[in-house]
Design a protein around this ligand. Structure first.
Ligand code: RIB
Ligand code: NA
Length: 303
């Protein structure tokens, strides 16, 4: 295996709305999509579609969504040996996308909240062969910390996407990660610093560098990404596209970056490719439904 994703899966319930209802009001929305999501699964699917061999460690519930989620991961070529069924609801994410393609997301973690350090320990042998471990914050923080510790023992680099941002994240417990990839608001929350200007963003990134994390990659949406390391800072711009649905664009970025970096080891080229892959995803509706397949890859059992 090339990449282990230790993270979440959700079922995305995406309503395309004209506007949000006010209290007590019922409004009609013009369109709806049901899709597989969750930041962990999204990142796993993007990396796998591009050609990486991906292992996912996650928990699904005991409801009608569980089989569908497992089949979806398999159809995307992902190893599901460590997808565990749990006495809980599956994670779900009601999502609202407005006419400006802006999204609002509610996550109900369900089974994801039960992913524990023992689950990661059980997958140790499989994880040991990977070149990179990817995590997000839709699983318990203690599980994230335990995985960072395990990765340190095994000598495997970790990419942490601190999303959704959690102010309780201890930088001290994740100082061993190689890459941290926040967006601007996540960077502000975890560093405790403002991010109103480019100088602010660089200062905030330095809080993470000072904590011991060598590479801070701040995703800036349509503006691209800012890479800050001991070597300095570099803005890698994205191409301009007509946005239809930005949901899951950050996950597309991370899945592509991870695939490229584990293949080439070139951070800047990987960011450039990730910008492009994410930009392409915002031109299509949905999360995983908007991720392109790489050359020679196709859905398993494509029908
Ligand atoms: O990053 C987008 C994802 O966030 C969605 O797929 C949703 O499930 C939430 O986890
Ligand atoms: Na999209």
């Amino acid at each position: 295996m090339d990449i282990a994703v230790v993270g979440s899966n959700m079922v995305d319930l995406i309503s395309y709305i004209d506007r949000m209802p006010t209290e007590g009001e019922t409004v009609e929305a013009p369109d709806f999509r049901l899709g597989c999501g969750g930041k962990g699964a999204n990142q796993a699917v993007a990396a796998s579609r591009l050609g990486s061999d991906v292992l996912m460690v996650t928990r699904v519930g005991n409801d009608m969504f569980a089989d569908n989620t497992i089949h979806n991961l398999e159809d995307n070529g992902i190893d599901t040996t460590y997808v565990m069924r749990t006495e809980a609801t599956s994670g779900v994410a009601p999502i609202f996308v407005d006419p400006q393609s802006r999204n609002s997301i509610i996550i109900v973690k369900g089974a994801n909240a039960k992913l524990c350090a023992d689950d990661i320990a059980a997958a140790r042998q499989a994880i040991a062969g990977c070149k990179l471990i990817i995590m997000q914050l839709e699983i318990p923080l203690e599980t994230v910390y335990a995985t960072v510790d395990l990765a340190g023992e095994l000598g495997i680099p970790v990419l942490l996407n601190p999303a959704p941002a959690d102010p309780r994240l201890s930088l001290d417990r994740v100082r061993g990660v190689e890459f941290i990839v926040p967006n601007e608001s996540e960077l502000s929350l975890i560093s405790g610093m403002p991010v109103d200007t480019r100088a602010d963003i660089v200062n905030a990134a330095h809080v993470l560098l000072d904590a011991g994390i060598p590479h801070v990659i701040v995703t800036l949406g349509a503006k691209g990404a800012l890479w800050v390391s001991a070597a300095g800072q570099r803005l890698i711009p994205a191409q301009t596209v007509e946005a239809v649905d930005t949901t899951g664009a950050g996950d597309a970025f991370i899945g592509c970056f991870s695939h490229m970096w584990t293949t080439t080891g070139d951070v800047e080229a990987s960011i450039r490719a990730a910008n492009q892959y994410a930009a392409e995803s915002v031109t299509r509706r949905g999360t995983q439904t908007s991720y392109a397949w790489g050359h020679g890859r196709e859905p398993r059992g494509a029908r």
